[in-house]
Write a protein that binds this ligand. Structure first.
Ligand code: PGA
Length: 252
């Protein structure tokens, strides 16, 4: 029922020529995939050239962040309308690096989610606990706060256009992946939170991605979990072969 979504978050990597080389390889090797939605998120400067290469392919484009206003005196920001103009259909929001390094709060992320939805784009809304929070038994409280505040005020039809990404901060870029079972517990909990806010039938339709050191050798085990509907991939999305294998995860 929930179409798997595999997204590559390139973070602050790749020049335009490097981005084009990677996306050409993805386009050639993933052209026939129809049962999985594939999304790539290059840096802002590579969005337009990458969009040109992706024209006519089933791979779609995401930005890694945006502001909540569409234009005005906001030096250094980029808006949902401009991202749409550049060819994006998705925007990653609330990534833990934005929260930790750039001070993004749940309230700010909520405004961004609404602005992205208002432009007809799909937010990939990221949540996840730090190692300290997990060890202090605060995981559930943190996820609850992030989901409740981050998605506050959304209508049911808006929520249907949101993709949630659970990324335990301790697993991002560390090589420490949550086990399939650990991730499943968190995903089921998040789906339960969505059910509480938006009703069970709607929560059953929302895709919840897992992120944090997803690699070719662990993707199959993660995707075998009932509530894991895709992956948000950082490091391994920078290598064509790895990302292609992840997008072609084995279903069991
Ligand atoms: P990682 O990053 O795959 O390198 O751990 C995931 C992410 O930050 O989205």
């Amino acid at each position: 029922m929930r179409k798997p979504l595999i997204a590559g978050n390139w973070k602050l990597h790749k020049t335009i020529p490097e981005a084009l080389e990677l996306v050409e390889a993805l386009k050639q090797n993933l052209a026939d995939i129809t049962d999985v939605e594939v999304v790539v998120a290059p840096v802002f400067t590579a969005l337009v050239p990458v969009a040109k290469v992706l024209e006519g392919s089933s791979i779609v484009l995401a930005a890694q962040n945006c502001y909540f206003e569409n234009n005005g005196a906001f030096t250094g920001e980029v808006s949902p309308a401009l991202l749409k103009d550049a060819g994006c259909s998705h925007v990653i929001l609330g990534h833990s690096e934005r929260r930790q390094l750039f001070g993004e709060t749940d309230e700010l992320i909520n405004r961004k989610v609404k602005a992205v939805l208002a432009e007809g784009l799909t937010p990939i809304f990221c949540i996840g606990e730090t190692l300290e929070e997990r060890e202090n038994d605060e995981m559930m409280d943190v996820l609850k706060r992030q989901v409740t505040v981050g998605l506050k005020g959304l209508s049911e039809s808006q929520m249907l256009n949101v993709v949630v990404a659970y990324e335990p901060v301790w697993a991002i870029g560390t090589g420490k992946t949550a086990t399939g079972e650990q991730a499943q517990v968190a995903h089921a909990f998040v789906r339960g939170l969505l059910a509480g806010l938006f009703g069970t039938p709607l929560a059953e339709q929302v895709r919840i991605l897992y992120g944090g050191s997803v690699k070719p050798d662990n993707v199959d085990g993660l995707m075998a979990q009932m509530d894991i509907d895709g992956t948000l991939v950082g490091g391994a999305s920078l290598k064509a072969g790895d990302f292609i294998r992840i997008a072609r995860f084995e279903k069991n």
